[in-house]
Design a protein around this ligand. Structure first.
Ligand code: DQA
Length: 144
């Protein structure tokens, strides 16, 4: 099995570090990539981290993860988590396991964030721990 883990990030996560730091913390996406690369090395995994503000890119990358034989996908679909039937269908369309990740805990925020389409198909969810949510999700992949 491949050691490659896709780490896919949705809209506005390119602004991490600047964006509502009281909710999302001060780590940038590059900081998170660095943390994941360090942890991945220890776990004998490798990561391919990407971000897009466009829903279709995330759908294409989910398909690509399967075509490339990735071991798993960590997916922080950001706001598309709560709206995207296309992402739900894409997760269901592939055999590659998808783990849902959030920096914040959407369940403790506005009601419109309580519903997650991604969570209907993801194998596990890690949320509410800032960058640590990603690291714990990667550790979960190593144990799977
Ligand atoms: C988020 C939570 C979502 O509700 C929000 O739309 C985001 C980020 C998180 O990581 O906490 O953009 O996915």
């Amino acid at each position: 099995m491949s050691n490659l883990v896709y780490v896919l990030n949705g809209p506005n996560l390119n602004l991490l570090g600047l964006r509502e730091p009281e909710i999302y913390g001060s780590d940038t996406l590059d900081d998170i990539a660095g943390m994941l690369e360090d942890r991945a090395r220890d776990l004998a995994l490798s990561i391919d981290l990407r971000q897009s503000n466009h829903e279709g890119h995330l759908v294409d990358w989910l398909h690509e993860a399967q075509a490339e034989g990735a071991r798993a996908v960590l997916l922080n679909a950001a706001a598309y988590t709560h709206t995207s039937i296309a992402l739900l269908d894409a997760i269901r369309a592939i055999c590659t396991p998808v783990i849902e990740v959030h920096l914040s805990d959407p369940r403790s925020r506005e009601e419109f964030r309580h519903h997650t389409y991604v969570g209907l198909a993801a194998v596990r969810t890690f949320q509410g721990k800032g960058a640590r949510s990603y690291v714990e999700a990667l550790e979960f992949v190593a144990e799977m």
